[in-house]
Design a protein around this ligand. Sequence first.
Ligand code: B16
Ligand code: MG
Length: 223
Amino acid sequence: MAKFSDIKGFVFDLDGVITDTSIFHSQAWHQVADKVGSPWSKKLEDGLKGISRMDSLEMILQAGNVQNKYTDEQKVQLATEKNDNYLKLVNKMTPANILPGIKDFLDSLKANGYLISLASASKNAPTVLSKLQLTDYFPKVVDPASLKKGKPDPEIYTKGAEMLNLDPSQCIGVEDAAAGIQAINGAGETSVGIGDKNILKEADVLFANTSEMTLDNIKKQMK
Ligand code: B16
Ligand code: MG
């Protein structure tokens, strides 16, 4: 793990770290699972975190062993329906949906001169940031449409560091998903996990929730 004093930038996941859209994603995917007859489970729900839209759909179809029942066109239709339902939920969001402590944490990063970028798999990330009135904190956003591979591949976190003109070893990546922690570690950044230690086993630094994430607390776990 890098030394805290080497860190110059933070690369953030969005869903589950900045705001709890993961509940909305789950709600909208659950409807798709019911429609195609796939069983919905906590394991499937957790496994979808950080996974791109079409890969998520594929996982849901596989859970019901119905992946060969749909044409590519029908799959795009299912994913579009999910996204329309998801956006209806997102449209109701306000800054009150920012997770506890995140605004203060972002302010402390700015005040201490850290660079910030966003590495969300979501094509809706700019819309969500704007609903939360956080757009100005994230001048650099990786475009998930530009990626060859989604999380757990490191590409999105590598690009997040590149956009800040930093070496990955100078960056901390923050994630709520196992696939995301794997991506951060693969990119050679220090990983901060938010959530369950049984799921985020590979995180370098772990907090149970966002309110515990402060620069001081990160420093304590990095030494
Ligand atoms: P969209 P993150 C991810 O965002 C979500 O965790 C995941 O559940 C979702 O399927 C993915 O974005 C794609 O989102 O359908 O909006 O493009 O956690 O990487 O910020
Ligand atoms: Mg996430």
